[in-house]
Design a protein around this ligand. Structure first.
Ligand code: FES
Ligand code: FES
Length: 121
């Protein structure tokens, strides 16, 4: 289900706070850089989830969940650079994430709920 070619977005990780497709990122490019995977978004001690992860659960913003880690990483990347994006900016930021279950409507609602809650600002 993953593409291995930088086209679907499901393998995204944060490199220096910005989403990158790990499948087309060379190890050498990672040297000295901060890399955060989807697992790294939760608190390592308490296990508390990132507000974005909580919002996805609350809004059922996935079906099979295969694309979800990449989408959440893309949202985190967006909010790192733009804490108050418009709906169009959210859609643009997620344009590289392919969801074959068509969960994008719930994803948009989940992201907007995080903005309303002001949890990531
Ligand atoms: S597996 Fe599709 S972008 Fe990496
Ligand atoms: S929830 Fe199934 S691919 Fe997105």
């Amino acid at each position: 289900m993953s593409c291995g070619q930088g086209a679907c977005g499901c393998c995204a990780v944060l490199m220096e706070g910005k989403a990158v497709a790990s499948c087309i990122t060379l190890t050498a490019e990672c040297e000295g850089k901060e890399i955060i995977t989807i697992e790294g978004l939760s608190d390592p001690v308490t296990g508390e989830l990132d507000p974005i992860q909580e919002a996805f659960l609350e809004h059922n913003a996935f079906q099979c969940g295969f694309c979800t880690p990449g989408i959440i990483i893309a949202v985190k990347s967006l909010l790192n650079s733009n804490p108050d994006p418009s709906e169009d900016e959210i859609k643009e930021a997620l344009s590289g994430n392919y969801c074959r279950c068509v969960s994008h409507y719930q994803v948009i609602e989940a992201v907007k709920s995080v903005l309303k809650g002001g949890k990531t600002a």
